[in-house]
Design a protein around this ligand. Structure first.
Ligand code: BYC
Length: 330
């Protein structure tokens, strides 16, 4: 478990020299580490983004967890279970990274459970069919990779390093989703229909994962100046569409946007406007599953109280034992 750095140890004790060094580290593409001086707003931005990201991984276990017992074969169950476990792991690395900024894990949990903290809009959509496991892997993890590979170069060291392992695992997740859809598209007419219908539902919400259009993204400019974000929301969304079109052709799936067209001049695919009112509605808590996702998370947290108590008691016991042994050892 990561050590929580307290705010006292992070106070501006470095004075002007700290600020100069911070600016220099950013300008030279070097990394900011937990003990370096950093502006308060940089710290707050990181805690906001990293904790939202952690919450997304933890809440993101639910839509797929819903299918573990119903996956169509033992092999599919095992793969899905491993994927959901990976997501739990991602959440834990990210909470640890956020803790290095002086925010307590309990505080972050509280923000999630009280509904104060955001998590990715995408996890408020339902998963009524098996094909949705394919769509989540192909589209949701695909979008996650596009967004997260540049985050491996985020200026804050613990975040960037956590992202390296996460991206490796996301890459496997994306391929398993693609393979589920490929199997369905090589199956019966009913299976092909199920795959297409699922992609029809997930395509636009996956594009919205990148966040609002650049003109409506209040945080992007500052986060890019600080080299936390390396590309804007729209740049990454474009990259994602460019990646999806040839993959959809291989699958034999139609992306549900009649405006997708290669633009020779831009060297990118044009695509249609998204319904941003739906995105903001989901953020306000009015998505298909906001209520159930939070209710499940709260129940899991309450049911897990005994595990936290046991872990705490064990840690206390170990600390007492270590203290008792210390004089003997010396
Ligand atoms: N959903 O100024 P903007 C996964 C919020 S999990 C909800 O552009 P920013 C997986 C945004 O927070 C992957 N809220 O913000 C897990 C801000 O509100 P606040 C999750 C969104 O931070 C399990 C406001 O809108 N990935 O892959 O510069 C199974 C204005 O936005 C969303 C990450 O968390 C959204 N989609 O950019 C399978 C990646 N978009 O905080 C898969 C890390 C925006 O000011 N995060 N908002 O109240 C990021 O890269 C950035 O935070 C974002 C947004 C691109 C998401």
């Amino acid at each position: 478990m990561a050590t929580t750095v307290t705010r006292d140890t992070l106070d501006d004790t470095h004075g002007e020299a700290g600020r100069v060094r911070f600016d220099e580290l950013i300008a030279t593409d070097s990394r900011i580490e937990p003990t370096d001086w950093m502006p308060d707003a940089y710290r707050k931005t990181l805690v906001r983004q990293i904790s939202q990201h952690a919450h997304s991984e933890i809440i993101g276990m639910q839509p797929e967890g819903n299918w573990i017992t119903r996956a169509p074969s033992l092999k599919r169950k095992a793969i899905l279970m491993a994927k959901v476990q990976d997501e739990a792991g991602h959440g834990l690395y990210l909470y640890s990274a956020a803790q290095t900024l002086g925010t307590d894990r309990e505080e972050m949990f509280e923000q999630l459970l009280s509904g104060k903290a955001k998590y990715s809009s995408i996890f408020n959509y339902l998963t009524p069919t098996w094909a949705d496991m394919g769509s989540i892997g192909w589209l949701v993890d695909g979008a996650a990779i596009c967004n997260q590979v540049p985050l491996c170069r985020a200026s804050y060291g613990p975040y960037g390093r956590a992202m390296v392992r996460i991206c490796k695992e996301e890459s496997f997740h994306q391929r398993q989703g693609f393979e589920i859809l490929l199997a369905l598209m090589n199956g019966t007419d009913a299976q092909k229909k199920m795959a297409q219908e699922s992609v029809n539902r997930w395509y636009a919400p996956a594009l919205m994962m990148f966040g609002p259009p650049d003109d409506d993204s209040p945080n992007s400019k500052q986060s890019m100046d600080w080299k936390i974000k390396r590309f804007s929301n729209d740049e990454l969304r474009q990259r994602f569409v460019d990646m999806l079109v040839p993959q959809a052709e291989i699958l034999g799936i139609t992306l549900p946007d009649p405006d997708i067209k290669w633009n020779e001049e831009r060297g990118h695919y044009d695509f249609g406007e998204l319904d941003w009112s739906e995105f903001y509605d989901v953020l306000k808590g009015n998505g298909q599953a906001n209520t159930v996702r939070l209710a499940r998370r709260r129940a899991a947290h309450e049911n897990g109280a005994w595990v936290r108590e046991a872990a705490r008691a064990y840690a206390d016991k170990q600390a007492t034992l270590a203290a008792e042994l210390l004089p003997v050892a010396s």
